[in-house]
Design a protein around this ligand. Structure first.
Ligand SMILES: [Mg+2]
Length: 372
């Protein structure tokens, strides 16, 4: 698998955009499909396929090119061997669906009224959620009010997170967050997510340093295309949390290398799970990280939408954990009926008002203002 990863990114086509952009998305799609097939052939959920590997077998799945200055295959092997001794205990926790605690973002989407946020918050705390993420950047007054509302509802033991989807310049991020956090010292978010451009490693480091005095960390990673950027973020001590995306790196292979890098720097991984099918994929990744790589429980986003489109939908337990996947494969099979509905241009969706509006948009949604 490591060789396959290397060869998929090394042909002449790399001159289009090496390990990034549309090339990397295509590599991701093919590698993930291979992992899915491999797990199905072995009749195991993907996380278990990886968890059942010996450290040597797992290391062979990774292309270490460009990261050996920080992590060599030999060092990775040692790290994995150390985790082996207690792996069976974590394996049992995974089988009991006690491996991956869930966090909720549904309360924080832009566009919700205060009353809706209060209502969603009550529902979420009743379900056992303790972590809450809110979009910010709406203006100091609005943000202070909404964050205050959530902090008040969840108390000191609740964990608040904030996300601004790359909206700010580096110094604006520092000024905005400092002012917000100074105005109400009880807000204390765990982190601000994607405060600036995803590629700006040193910018993230500067923001992290400035916000430390307010007890707020920095998180990013959902738009990063390669292990190299993660390596640099960790080297530069630019982040408190990293959030790799299951569909943006070179398949499970590269995710494994990022997990190992994060474990080496003792930075938790919260895979990015905000999108259709993302919770399904990420519940495998977080389980692998806990059972095999870091040995530490982290949290994973649970967004309650579009699971019904999948053959093996993600679920949460009554005590706020992700249900560990049991169906063979990578939980990425979409139901046949969804293809009949959405396949362009003959699917039934494209005859609806919304479908026609989208199909007739000459910009296909590409051009416009940032709305979230
Ligand atoms: Mg985000």
């Amino acid at each position: 698998m490591g060789q396959t990863q290397r060869k998929m990114g090394s042909g002449q086509i790399r001159f289009m955009a090496p390990e990034r952009g549309v090339n990397q998305l295509a590599v991701n799609a093919i590698l993930n499909a291979l992992w899915d097939l491999w797990a199905k052939v072995e009749r195991k959920p993907l996380w278990q396929l990886v968890a059942d590997m010996s450290p040597k077998e797992l290391v062979r799945c990774i292309d270490f090119r460009y990261i050996t200055d920080v992590l060599t295959p030999e060092q990775a092997l040692e790290m994995l061997k150390q985790q082996q001794t207690t792996k069976h205990e974590r394996m049992q926790l995974a089988k009991d669906s006690k491996a991956v605690p869930a966090y909720n973002t549904s309360v924080g989407w832009l566009g919700h009224s205060d009353d809706t946020v209060r209502k969603l918050l009550r529902e979420a705390t009743d379900q056992g959620f303790k972590h809450f993420k809110l979009k910010v950047g709406l203006g100091q007054d609005v943000d202070r009010k909404r964050l205050g509302l959530v902090r008040e509802a969840v108390g000191d033991e609740g964990v608040l997170m904030t996300d601004v989807n790359q909206l700010w310049d580096v110094d604006i991020a520092i000024e905005y967050m400092s002012e917000l956090l100074r105005s109400n010292p009880h807000l204390k978010p765990w982190f601000i997510e994607e405060p600036t451009a995803p590629d700006d490693v040193l910018g993230h480091a500067k923001i992290r340093k400035a916000l430390k005095q307010h007890g707020c960390g920095v998180a990013t990673g959902e738009h990063m295309n390669t292990r190299v950027l993660f390596k640099q973020l960790l080297q530069a001590e630019a982040v408190d949390v990293i959030q790799p995306d299951a569909c943006r790196l070179a398949g499970v292979n590269e995710l494994l290398s990022v997990m190992l890098l994060a474990a080496k720097f003792d930075v938790p991984i919260l895979p990015h799970a905000g999108g259709a099918g993302m919770v399904e994929l990420c519940s495998h990744l977080s389980t692998i990280d806990f059972v095999v790589v870091s040995g530490k429980k982290s949290v994973l986003e649970y967004t309650d939408h579009l699971h019904e489109a999948f053959e093996a939908p993600a679920k949460i337990t009554s005590d706020g954990y992700h249900e560990t996947p049991t169906t063979p494969g990578y939980s990425c099979d979409v139901k046949e009926a969804e293809f009949e509905k959405y396949e362009f241009p003959d699917g039934s969706f494209w005859k609806t008002d919304q479908g026609l509006k989208m199909a007739n948009d000459p910009w296909r949604g590409c051009y416009g203002e940032q709305t979230s």
